[in-house]
Ligand binder design. Structure first.
Ligand code: ZN
Ligand code: ZN
Length: 571
């Protein structure tokens, strides 16, 4: 449930954090605003109400200064510091900070030296060689920034799966609420679970198409409109197409508009070889007789195929597979294997995490807070880690079947050693290891580093293996075949990090890792309760990789997970 005041204030706090960073303020001050913003995002009550009732002061992360800012917002709709900061910079400068690889320090320098305050301005300056006199802007940096601008523009055209999927849920909900709508579904690359989506395709069965079109046209800027199809632009950039289709050809339309293009070409080719024609209205024989149209299942069956799950409709090669993989279901997952609590940079207490996990039907939740080198993420010292372990043991005594797993997201340091000593890691229930620093190592050095990292005993998972952030950062380079081989040898699972910004490993890499004999682990990397919603995105990615429950670490019960660490005492 989203509250408008929470959303507004979240945005204000995020912007304050960005402005402060631009000013070169202390990073902990910046983080405090970012953390407060994340906390607000996940609130299940209105912040105005919380402030008025005096309950805000007892919320973690809201010190006196922040509560005062909330007070200003509640009273006036503004935060003074925000207005002040905003007026001292050009209006587009925050967008400039979205350029991957730029960062606040460089952005501040460019603004100070050349007055650059927008992405277009930066691109012009880079191309015209205006930045070369500034320290730190050599050719390599310039090339990287131009690549970053490309990524940013690409991100404006292709939105992240998580974002589109929320938007689709909202729009479908509103369409289904119309009395004249009998059915509404999303097709296209969203339905196929692609990590980014170029435009959204919605299909509707309705007894009064013109009413649906009129309603839909009122939701955004109209690009085109007809009696059964309307296209709108959302937030100035993103195209959404809505089509009304007859009930009797709904399956054919879903098939057609789900794609992929290559899959459909292959399918139409198959129909043709059978002297049939397949289009958005159905499958027809040589005499024009309709053979199937109402459901996708019938169409695939008439073509001599099993129904192919949307996530697998990609190159067309899937038509020739002897067996389709068994489709992974969210309910087959027993738990979530990567989360953060208030102990490091998450926003919620262990109790809150456990409660949320149980609400969602998980049998266990691995709490994997950051290790001591991640100072900016409030990484745990050994003392704090041990104290957290006691707290988790205490909580576990109060649960029935449910278990919190005492874990860590331990840094793989530059030389491949781990951020906690072995005797400490040995005591934990679950360990995910990850690279968080020195991304630009040579591929050889990065391969050695990762392989050494996952060769330590007690590592269960290599988290976000490539370090990519979609539309923001290409991953680091390494010899992945070698990494998979070492992971397999040591029984280390490769993660599909379910965060929509990461989805790392991607579908192709996850398939390859599985084919190399590695287990796959799904973790949301949630830093707040709403981010538990990322798990289905990881399931989609796993389906695209053809991964079945048997290849997932999450299919194991917590007792089975524990048996992987036989040195631990029974509980
Ligand atoms: Zn991480
Ligand atoms: Zn993490």
């Amino acid at each position: 449930m989203a509250f408008e005041d929470n959303q507004q204030l979240t945005r204000i706090f995020e912007e304050i954090a960005d402005f402060l960073e631009l000013q070169g303020e202390n990073i902990f001050k910046v983080k405090a605003y970012q953390k407060a913003a994340r906390g607000l995002e996940g609130l299940e009550r209105s912040v105005t109400e919380l402030y008025r009732s005096g309950a805000l002061v007892s919320m973690p992360g809201f010190g006196k200064a922040l509560v005062e800012k909330v007070g200003q917002f509640v009273d006036t709709g503004h935060v003074e510091l925000h207005l002040q900061l905003k007026s001292s910079f050009p209006p587009e400068i925050l967008h400039l900070m979205d350029v991957p690889g730029l960062g606040a320090k460089k952005a501040a320098l460019l603004y100070k030296e050349l007055g650059i305050g927008s992405v277009d301005g930066l691109e012009k300056a880079l191309r015209e060689g205006l930045v070369t006199d500034i320290k730190g802007f050599g050719k390599k940096t310039v090339d990287k920034l131009l690549e970053g601008i490309g990524l940013l523009r690409q991100g404006e055209q292709r939105w992240l799966l998580g974002r589109v999927s929320l938007l689709a849920d909202e729009l479908l909900g509103r369409l289904r609420a119309l009395p004249v709508v009998q059915r509404a579904e999303a097709a296209g690359s969203l339905r196929r679970g692609k990590e980014t989506v170029g435009d959204l395709d919605l299909l509707v069965i309705s007894s009064a198409p013109e009413q649906v079109m009129e309603f839909f046209a009122g939701l955004g800027e109209v690009i085109g409109s007809g009696p059964t199809k309307t296209s709108i632009r959302w937030e100035g950039t993103f195209q959404i197409d809505l089509r009304c289709v007859p009930a009797e050809s709904f399956g054919a339309a879903m098939q057609y508009f789900t794609g992929s293009m290559d899959h459909n070409v292959a399918l139409r080719g198959r129909a043709k070889r059978m002297s049939c024609e397949l289009n958005e209205y159905g499958l027809f024989d040589a005499l024009g007789q309709c053979l199937a149209s109402e459901t996708e299942e019938e169409i695939y069956a008439k073509l001599g195929l099993p129904w192919i799950a949307p996530e697998l409709r990609e190159s067309g090669a899937e038509l020739e597979w002897e067996n389709q993989p068994e489709r992974l279901e969210l309910s087959q997952l027993q738990g979530n294997l990567h989360t953060h609590s208030l102990w490091s940079d998450g926003t919620d207490t262990l109790e809150q995490l456990a409660e949320e996990a149980q609400k969602r039907g998980y049998k266990y939740l691995a709490v994997t807070d950051h290790s001591r080198s991640m100072v900016v993420a409030n990484g745990l010292s050994i003392e704090r880690l041990l104290a957290q372990g006691e707290e988790i043991a205490r909580l576990n005594r109060g649960f029935g079947d449910f278990r919190l797993l005492w874990g860590s997201e331990v840094d793989i340091l530059g030389d491949g050693s781990l951020d906690f000593p072995e005797d400490i890691l040995a005591r934990l229930d679950f360990v995910v290891a990850a690279v968080h620093s020195q991304f630009s190592m040579s591929p050889e050095a990065m391969t050695e580093r990762i392989c050494r990292g996952i060769s330590h005993p007690y590592v269960d998972v290599l988290a976000h293996p490539t370090g990519r952030k979609i539309n923001r950062r290409v991953g680091y380079q390494a010899d992945w075949e070698r990494v998979y081989a070492v992971a397999r040898e040591h029984g280390v699972a490769l993660e599909i990090n379910c965060s929509p910004r990461r989805l790392d490993l991607n579908d192709k890499a996850a398939r390859r890792a599985r084919d190399c004999g590695c287990l796959i682990s799904l973790g949301t990397d949630a830093h707040s309760l709403p981010e538990f919603d990322y798990l289905p995105l990881g399931v989609l990615q796993a389906r695209r990789a053809g991964i079945e429950a048997a290849s997932l670490l999450n299919s194991l019960s917590w007792e089975q997970l524990r048996k992987r660490r036989p040195h631990l005492a029974d509980v």
